[in-house]
Ligand binder design. Sequence first.
Ligand SMILES: C[C@](O)(CO)[C@H](O)COP(=O)(O)OP(=O)(O)OC[C@H]1O[C@@H](n2ccc(N)nc2=O)[C@H](O)[C@@H]1O
Ligand SMILES: Nc1ncnc2c1ncn2[C@@H]1O[C@H](COP(=O)(O)OP(=O)(O)OP(=O)(O)O)[C@@H](O)[C@H]1O
Length: 257
Amino acid sequence: MPSINAHAKVNIFLKITGHQNGYHTLISRFMKIDDLYDTLSFEPSECETFTIEGCEGVSTESNTIYKAYQTLLEATQNPDLESYFTQHKVVVRKRIPSQAGLGGGSSDAAAFMRLANEVCKLNIKKKELARLGSTIGADVPFFIYNYTSANVNGFGEIVEKFDEAPLKLELYTPQLGCDTALVYKTFKENLIEEIVPCSFMGWENYGSRDLIELIADPIMLNDLYPAALLAYPELKNISPDGWCFSGSGSTFFRVKS
Ligand SMILES: C[C@](O)(CO)[C@H](O)COP(=O)(O)OP(=O)(O)OC[C@H]1O[C@@H](n2ccc(N)nc2=O)[C@H](O)[C@@H]1O
Ligand SMILES: Nc1ncnc2c1ncn2[C@@H]1O[C@H](COP(=O)(O)OP(=O)(O)OP(=O)(O)O)[C@@H](O)[C@H]1O
């Protein structure tokens, strides 16, 4: 049975560089988390409509996996893709917590696109798959390339592999979920004037471990951390001292050894 793991990510650093057309531009180091992933399988089943199992609480229409399917269908107009999913359902084993800054929904969409591309022989090149993915979510292109570590620019659509070994990270996800759109909006309303581009010049050239040690300040490392603290004041009481913050939250992480 075709199946694929959809890994989580953390943002080692995330600096916002501006705002265009409703989206923020950024420079960020993404790192794939090897031991935290959802699993997607295409299981034989007669389906009247596109069917997803295992994402309780998320309607099919709003599921990033369904958006990925629709995007592939529109781009390819391939009848084999449509007929494959009348004979198979998508079964998701969810392990990545939601609204956690770990990119779960985006990773599921990217994993679906990669597996469907292979199984249905759509022959879409990685670069094009990443472009299509960027219309579903800002984090999708990183997950299409599936690099261990990468520098990500633009709105998330420019992904450059960064050569380094994966770090062993300890994650802590509090019960509180953070809404990505709200955290960005809070940044724009309160912190956008404070961007100082020269303060993070060259960060993308450092190894992740070295950069965390060098900067040694979770607030400096991630511009969305102070925004999340403003949007969710209760975060302050649960933020462990010295731990880094991933994306728009609410996951904290630190290097294990
Ligand atoms: C916080 C990060 O996860 C860092 O990796 C991403 O930048 C967000 O990626 P994502 O969850 O895939 O976000 P999307 O679903 O594309 O966007 C959710 C909302 O966040 C805001 N948003 C997102 C990405 C971005 N570069 N600028 C934004 O302002 C927009 O209001 C958007 O409507
Ligand atoms: N396949 C999916 N898995 C999880 N959530 C999904 C999925 N598709 C849509 N969603 C919706 O997206 C919301 C955000 O979920 P997601 O798992 O992407 O978390 P996130 O932590 O906000 O990601 P990010 O790292 O981008 O901030 C959920 O609350 C849910 O309603």
